[in-house]
Ligand binder design. Sequence first.
Ligand code: AMP
Length: 227
Amino acid sequence: MSAPTRLLVLGRQGSGKGTQSCRLAKALGLTHVSTGDLFRREVARGSALGRTVSTYIDKGALVPDDVVIEVVMNQTADLAGWVLDGFPRTVAQGQALVNALGDNGIDLAVELEVPVHQVVRRLSLRRVCDGCGATSVAPTDDDDIRLCNACGGSVARRPDDTVEAIELRLSNYDRMTGPLLIWLDSLGLLVTVDGTGTADEVFDRLHAVIAERLLIGDEIADAPTTG
Ligand code: AMP
């Protein structure tokens, strides 16, 4: 049996890593693990973890490394292969992952590169359904009251998509995730993919890079490129 595939997807907030990680996981038969989604579910449930992380998330700060690392280790412990979306975000998190999995535990880390001005625009127009979690794009920045196309639920701006939180999240990306990217690159694990354009265009680029690096082209090539 071949070893399970383990991929990391990194990128600035608003780079499309959630959408692309989900599509990649489906295409490759892997589990999509998003730390942001997981934390938001815990906040919605009102659990102890949710209460711990909500103060960080709402202002756009990073949840402390020890908390995130424990959550991810528990979530991935029994999974064969996965696409990690939003983890690691710091060198300490990356080192914890490599320590847990061993030197060959991560197959590839892909960074989706989208210029800052484009992600700021995407984040300010992003609206998320309270019910099903589907993401939609508001026609203008002021348009907050819309119904979800998928389920008819109410759609709102994410609490951390305010101007102040966006600024903090983007500066944290440079300050905390920048060194992680350099470290992953030094391990020969990092590839950078242009994240601009349509979701289909970005997925096709990801497909090409991953197929080339991991020699698993057929599995991805058979997957639908829409949705
Ligand atoms: P995301 O949906 O990936 O943008 O994550 C939303 C928020 O969850 C982030 O702004 C952080 O507050 C928190 N978070 C998610 N993943 C991590 C992580 N790996 N390290 C620290 N905080 C995280």
